[in-house]
Ligand binder design. Structure first.
Ligand SMILES: NC(=O)c1ccc[n+]([C@@H]2O[C@H](COP(=O)([O-])OP(=O)(O)OC[C@H]3O[C@@H](n4cnc5c(N)ncnc54)[C@H](O)[C@@H]3O)[C@@H](O)[C@H]2O)c1
Ligand SMILES: O=C(O)C[C@H](O)C(=O)O
Length: 329
């Protein structure tokens, strides 16, 4: 192994997703078994000590691919030279907080992080935003990084996609590896649209294999879209290991390419495809080759899908207009 280590920045490193994510990155699961990594952890000042504790544990794993760990509370330091940035740290909604308050609080995090990425990251920087509201936080960061190509900013809907795979496999009594092209459209929120329209199960159309519109509308879609809330209800904390796993899947596919015949789901900057307004960060079916996610083109959108996509996109437009109104973009 002779390659120079790749700098990977993780924000919110002392949080629960951070704890589930860092060890997998350091073991080579993010970029591959021939790529050494240097971890750069960003935390708020009061959480630096906890981040140092996690770094001690990372040291104690003696991962051959981990070439070093830096810890900082300054985004300008943490994003310096970063080729991959996982923006996990965010301000959660607390009691009595309005939607506008949440967007404003997160603007205070993602605006300076976007600026720091713009000014300090490596030329090949790729950004995945996990912290909620992920699509709009990604938009805020992207808007403050004018020197970085817009398509390097993405938001995570891969967890929703993985959830959809699992639900469909259970319904049809197949394994997830029998399924392809099952994707998420729109926002990482309860309005998201997990679509069977183009999905295949053992080569056959998934919607036809299910042949149960009532299950699709009343069971499958709400179960996937509200799974995050169900996990919070059951665990008393939001999903962490599954979120970290999805972040690994998202970046691994982005860098190494999606498998032949598979589509991923990712929030990417819209180029106007499928009537999604240009510039907003919406989930689409995507494939990756040569380190670039591209929106799958030329799909027929049936009437049911059109309504669902439009509803979720309308929410994204509302969020964009709200952050614009707050002067965050
Ligand atoms: N997109 C998805 O599918 C998905 C799934 C699960 C969770 N999430 C979101 O991911 C985020 C993190 O979840 P978690 O469970 O790890 O939360 P957590 O509260 O356990 O950890 C968040 C960490 O972020 C840190 N932080 C806050 N502001 C920061 C800043 N400005 N810079 C750096 N670090 C900062 C906090 O100190 C904390 O350690 C939440 O917003 C959650 O809603 C998204
Ligand atoms: O943190 C949340 O609100 C839920 C999270 O986005 C999830 O999908 O698990």
């Amino acid at each position: 192994m002779t390659r120079t280590p790749v700098n990977v920045t993780v924000t919110g490193a002392a949080g629960q997703i951070g704890y589930a994510l860092l060890f997998r990155i350091a073991s080579g699961q993010l970029l591959g078994q021939d790529t050494p990594v240097r971890l750069k952890l960003l935390e708020i000042t009061p959480a630096l000590k906890a981040a140092e504790g996690t770094a001690m544990e990372l040291d104690d794993c003696a991962f051959p691919l981990l070439s070093g760990i830096d810890i900082s509370d300054d985004p300008n330091v943490a994003f310096d030279g970063a080729s991959v940035a996982l923006l996990v740290g965010a301000r959660p909604r607390t009691k009595g907080m309005e939607r506008g308050d949440l967007l404003e609080a997160n603007g205070g995090i993602f605006k300076p992080q976007g600026q720091a990425i713009n000014n300090h990251a490596a030329d090949d920087i790729r950004v995945l935003v996990v912290g909620n509201p992920a699509n709009t936080n990604a938009l805020i960061a992207q808007q403050h990084a004018p020197d970085v190509p817009a398509d390097r900013f993405t938001a995570m809907t891969r967890l929703d996609q993985n959830r959809a795979y699992s639900q469909l496999a259970a319904k049809l009594g197949v394994t997830v590896s029998d399924i392809r092209k099952l994707v998420i459209w729109g926002n990482h929120s309860a309005t998201q649209y997990p679509s069977l329209a183009h999905a295949e199960v053992n080569g056959k159309n998934a919607a036809e294999a299910v042949n149960d519109q009532a299950w699709l509308e009343n069971d499958f879609i709400p179960t996937v879209a509200k799974r995050g809330a169900a996990i919070i209800e059951a665990r008393g904390a939001s999903s962490a290991a599954s979120a970290a796993n999805a972040a690994i899947d998202h970046v691994y596919d982005w860098v190494n390419g999606t498998a032949e015949g598979q589509w991923a789901s990712a929030g990417v900057v819209s180029d106007g495809s499928y009537g999604v307004p240009e510039g907003i960060i919406s989930s689409f079916p995507v494939t990756s080759t040569g380190g670039e996610y591209e929106i799958v083109q030329g799909l027929d959108i049936d009437e049911f899908s059109r309504g669902r996509i439009d509803a979720s996109v309308a929410e994204l437009v509302e969020e964009r207009d709200a952050v614009k109104g707050l002067g965050l973009i």
